[in-house]
Design a protein around this ligand. Structure first.
Ligand SMILES: Nc1ncnc2c1ncn2[C@@H]1O[C@H](COP(=O)(O)OP(=O)(O)OP(=O)(O)O)[C@@H](O)[C@H]1O
Ligand SMILES: Nc1nc2c(ncn2[C@@H]2O[C@H](COP(=O)(O)O)[C@@H](O)[C@H]2O)c(=O)[nH]1
Length: 192
């Protein structure tokens, strides 16, 4: 069986990564599995442990780092976020194409470790629109919104580190573009 691909979906907080993912994650042709991350952030209303994230204490997260249990990890606006390595390997060994939805520092670590990873950076139509989206979501207090927006400006400077750049103006169109990228890579793998 062919090992599954590793796909990185990255971009500033609030750009619409999660929204776009919803449009293509049920497309069976993509044979996708979403990698659930570990985080020390507190759950938002409606978030479910084990589905949206594995919510953890800082102590347990640091233990996971020390034990080499994470493919990548980063501190983002006061919280740790990381990708459990074992699950990614298990899914890829089963032939699944694994999707990581992660921020920029983590995306760079994954690309260093797995140069074949398909990295996609989502950009907003403008920084004003990014701000509207992050505020419109109403999930963070003002102080955190400010920190996330400051972080976003720096993250936008890292676009050249990615193989593909997709603008999320219309989420359905962005999802279609990403689907095309993934399906082409699946085809290339099959013809290897
Ligand atoms: N193309 C779009 N046009 C207008 N609003 C959008 C668009 N895409 C997403 N949104 C809205 O922007 C907000 C942020 O989207 P979303 O939560 O998907 O971002 P995200 O990149 O996954 O954020 P985070 O990285 O913080 O998890 C949501 O309220 C979503 O409905
Ligand atoms: N490096 C990693 N970044 C991750 C991971 N899981 C999520 N994220 C990114 O963190 C920010 C903030 O997320 P939020 O849910 O608090 O809004 C966002 O850019 C996520 O994509 C991970 O495992 N590693």
């Amino acid at each position: 069986m062919q090992r599954g691909l590793l796909i990185i979906l990255s971009g500033p907080s609030g750009v619409g990564k999660g929204t776009i993912r919803k449009y293509f994650e049920t497309d069976e042709r993509l044979n996708l599995a979403y990698s659930t991350s570990m985080t020390t952030r507190k759950p938002r209303a409606g978030e479910v442990d084990g589905r949206d994230y594995f919510f953890s204490t800082r102590e347990d997260f640091e233990k996971a780092i020390q034990e080499g249990g994470l493919l990548e990890w980063a501190e983002f606006v006061g919280n740790y976020y990381g990708t459990p390595l074992k699950e990614v390997n298990r899914l890829r060994d089963e032939g699944k194409n694994v999707l990581l939805e992660i921020e920029v520092q983590g995306a760079i670590q994954v690309q260093e470790k797995c140069p074949d990873a398909i990295s996609i950076f989502i950009i907003p139509p403008s920084m004003e629109e990014l701000e509207r989206r992050i505020r419109g979501r109403s999930t963070e207090p003002e102080e955190i919104i400010q920190q996330r927006l400051a972080k976003a400006s720096n993250e936008m400077k890292m676009v050249s580190q990615y193989k593909y750049i997709v603008c999320n103006d219309d989420p359905k169109l962005a999802a279609e573009l990403i689907k095309t990228i993934i399906l082409r890579h699946v085809e290339l793998e099959e013809n290897k």
